[in-house]
Write a protein that binds this ligand. Structure first.
Ligand code: CA
Length: 244
């Protein structure tokens, strides 16, 4: 049988696609960043100050936030502090943009809870590289990187799952569910957390729906015995573990 290999480099545009909130008061810079994010395959959302950004985040949680330090009214540092203090937005990856270069300010920016820090002016190429690095670290399930776990291989780019090379057929939700667990192994997630991460934020679906799809995923994994890796943790949720 012929073995077909799809090379990642043929599809650079599908490597990564994230919803990115850009909080910047200067229109020209904000639009330039948004345009470049779009060209890099992302979905940019714009806010011109911290209050608008907080409303946006409350409305729909982005995958990453770019925050300018100098904003009118509430500063970027204060905005990051508030985002981190909020249970809903505390783990969103944040990159802070600033024109300040003083070391003390830089430390203050990092202390505020930003994941990375960029001094203006910066090249778009560098911004894209930093975004990719932060997302890989903080939100691996939205990257198109191939993931391996025990005998399982999942390729988001080609939407394929295999067990020791044998293709496994999964529905779209089961695929996303498995992708999430494979990128977050050994940790327990509640049904609410799974809904947020797999179905999307602010989606009104009953928690029982999670159980239905977990059951389908287990059924698909059962012939290989790998269903045992997907554990129910009583009173807590579900976990994918290498040590069942
Ligand atoms: Ca500014």
């Amino acid at each position: 049988m012929e073995n077909i290999t799809v090379h990642r480099s043929l599809y650079p545009e599908i490597d990564l696609s994230a919803t990115i909130l850009v909080v910047e008061d200067e229109l020209a810079i904000r639009e330039l960043i948004a345009l470049n994010l779009k060209q890099a395959g992302h979905i940019p959302v714009q806010s011109l100050d911290a209050h608008q950004a907080l409303e946006r985040v409350n409305d729909s949680l982005p995958d990453l936030i770019l925050v300018d330090w100098m904003l009118p009214g509430m500063s970027g540092v204060e905005l990051v502090r508030r985002l981190r203090a909020n249970k809903r937005s505390c783990s969103v990856p944040i990159i802070m943009l600033t024109a300040r270069v003083e070391e003390a300010d830089k430390l203050l920016g990092l202390d505020s809870g930003a994941d990375d820090y960029m001094t203006k002016p910066f090249s778009i190429r560098e911004l894209n590289a930093r975004i990719k690095a932060v997302l890989r670290r903080r939100a691996p399930q939205i990257t198109a990187d191939q993931v391996h776990f025990k005998e399982l291989t999942l390729d988001p780019g080609t939407h394929r799952v295999s067990i020791e090379g044998t293709a496994l057929s999964l529905g779209p939700t089961e695929f996303k569910l498995l992708h999430f667990f494979m990128t977050h192994p050994e940790r327990v997630y509640s049904r609410t957390q799974i809904l947020d991460q797999v179905w999307g934020d602010h989606v009104f679906i009953e928690e029982r729906t999670v159980d239905v799809h977990i059951r389908r995923l287990r059924a698909a994994l059962e012939p290989s015995g790998l269903d045992l890796l997907l554990q129910t943790v009583r009173g807590a949720g579900y976990r994918l573990t290498a040590l069942p």
